[in-house]
Ligand binder design. Structure first.
Ligand code: MSP
Length: 497
């Protein structure tokens, strides 16, 4: 089965910050999850390089726009490389391949009779590249809205209102978490959609409208089509229908209303699902480049806590869909408690026992398991089912809790069985070997459950346990009668603040 995962394409108007890293790392975690559960996955990202916002940012810096976007786009690509995110495609909306996909998309919609020329008058936030009908300031950027009046092409969005409601109501998982779905449904049911202005004459920095190059396309039309242009033609039918867009709540309406309406008009199947994250905030304020007080450099942070640390914080420390305040001390506490203590100490204690008492290897032909041994393995097996359900419900934080709870169960089992005391009596040697086999099996399962969140740590654990080959989803909860261990460095050193 295939999965096509997309991050938003980020505005090439500023340097990437922690908020951008958040959505991308969530998508990357899902990529690992799907790979594990036997999917062929493509993950794409990119930079959004047209529009007035970009043009103004380049002007403010006194740089040529092309050079400006080149540098910003490079910064995003470099960050994804530093974070170890291996993208299948990176779209730049100024690329000719992308432009070549946008033009027929527009034409297709025009041919349906869904585009007409009119006059736009209203309020606009250039930072969001979004129109507002009322208000004095942008609710996201807290800046005054600008009054725009210009000739514009419009998309007949209003035609699609009832089909959108129908689609969302008949596809429970189209927008997750559910609160976001309800929010969109309530908007669609309680207000009449106005047609959408989809071209600009106030900027030249965009893709010219077919047959009327006085206008360039509204940057959001161009940007949304990146999800299509990122896929090679031969992959389109195989991957597009399984598309999941990972987005922040600030761009929900674009993805849950405008995008599906445009696709309906173009007669392209709608994506499978939108997974909508909340905001990372600093002292309650959204992390955004327009607010320098909120800027945390992701590269400096991963030098302190590692990419696994950052991913783990995003996935376990942030209930998906909600907002969360980034507080360094709390991040450190979470990572020390879960990764350094709960998982790290467990591995080193286990490897020490096998090395010291069995010279690093145990082999038993017909081990006899006690009830408590079966119970521990069942905890892992049952947990794995819940873990998968949680991922599917867009609750990766619940899946991460199951991983941490499973490590805690293994610790409790060891604490209860006390192999370090039993071994003092030579008669118990057989039982101790079985206990260690059970722990080893449980740890192999734990590796599967942890791999979407902390892949580097899991690699180190697997090296200590001499586990080879691909991580195997169907092996969770299974018992193996052989152990080899290798003493290695700690899997996640304690952080000191
Ligand atoms: N270019 C558009 C997206 C076009 S997609 C066809 C855009 N870009 S953006 O750079 O402003 O931000 C995109 C996304 O970055 C947000 O929707 C969100 O996913 C992520 N985030 C940016 N700041 C964030 C936080 N402070 N917290 C969480 N996510 C944040 O919008």
């Amino acid at each position: 089965m295939n999965k096509y995962l997309t991050t938003p394409i980020y505005y090439a108007s500023g340097t990437p910050h922690l908020g951008h890293a958040y959505t991308t790392l969530v998508a990357d975690c899902y990529r690992r999850y799907y790979r594990l559960t036997d999917h062929d996955v493509k993950l794409i990202s990119g930079t959004d390089e047209h529009g007035q916002k970009i043009e103004r940012a380049a002007l403010a810096e006194g740089t040529d726009t092309t050079e400006f976007i080149e540098a910003r786009s490079d910064e995003f690509q470099a960050l994804w490389r530093t974070l170890g995110i291996d993208l299948d495609a990176f779209v730049r909306t100024t690329d000719s391949r992308h432009v070549a996909r946008v033009l027929p998309f527009w034409q297709n919609i025009a041919d349906k009779g869904d585009i007409y020329l009119g006059q736009y008058e209203g309020l606009y936030c250039v930072e969001c590249e979004q129109y507002f009908t009322t208000g004095e300031e942008c609710p996201v950027h807290r800046r005054p809205l600008e009054t725009f009046s210009e000739e514009s092409y419009f998309f007949r969005l209003s035609r699609y209102q009832s089909r959108l409601i129908e689609h969302i109501e008949s596809h429970d998982d189209f927008i997750l978490p559910r609160e976001r779905r309800n929010e969109v449904l309530s908007l669609l049911k309680n207000s009449e959609l106005r047609d959408l202005s989809i071209s600009r004459t106030s900027t030249r920095w965009g893709i010219p409208v077919p047959r009327d190059n006085r206008h360039v396309m509204y940057v959001w039309i161009d940007a949304l089509v990146s999800y299509l242009s990122a896929l090679a033609t031969e992959d389109f039918n195989a991957f597009w229908p399984s598309a999941t867009h990972f987005i922040g709540k600030d761009i929900l309406i674009f993805h849950a209303v405008y995008w599906p309406a445009l696709l309906l008009s173009a007669e392209i199947p709608l994506p499978l699902s939108l997974k909508v994250n909340g905001w990372l905030t600093i002292e309650g304020k959204k992390i955004a480049k327009s607010d320098p007080d909120t800027i945390v450099d992701p590269v400096a942070l991963i030098e302190e806590i590692g990419t696994d640390g950052l991913t783990y914080f995003f996935l376990k420390g942030v209930p998906f869909g909600g907002d969360v305040n980034f507080v360094r001390q709390q991040v450190y506490q979470l990572l020390n408690a879960d990764l350094a203590n709960n998982v790290g100490n467990l591995i080193s204690r286990f490897v020490t026992l096998v090395q010291r008492d069995f010279s690093g290897a145990i082999d038993i032909t017909s081990p006899v398991l006690e009830e408590c041994d079966h119970e521990l393995l069942a905890v892992l097996k049952d947990g794995a089912q819940e873990w998968q359900d949680a991922f599917e419900r867009a609750e990766p934080h619940v899946a991460a809790r199951i991983f941490a709870a499973s490590a805690a169960s293994i610790n409790r089992y060891l604490q209860h069985e006390e192999p370090w005391n039993l071994i003092k009596n030579e008669e118990n040697r057989g039982r101790v070997a079985v206990i260690l086999l059970v722990v080893h099996s449980a740890l192999s399962s734990l590796c599967v459950l942890g791999s979407p969140f902390v892949p580097d740590i899991i690699e180190k654990v697997r090296t200590s346990l001499c586990l080879q080959g691909d991580l195997c989803w169907s092996s969770v909860g299974a018992f193996g009668s052989q152990i080899r261990t290798r003493k290695t460095q700690s899997v996640y050193p304690r952080l000191s603040s």
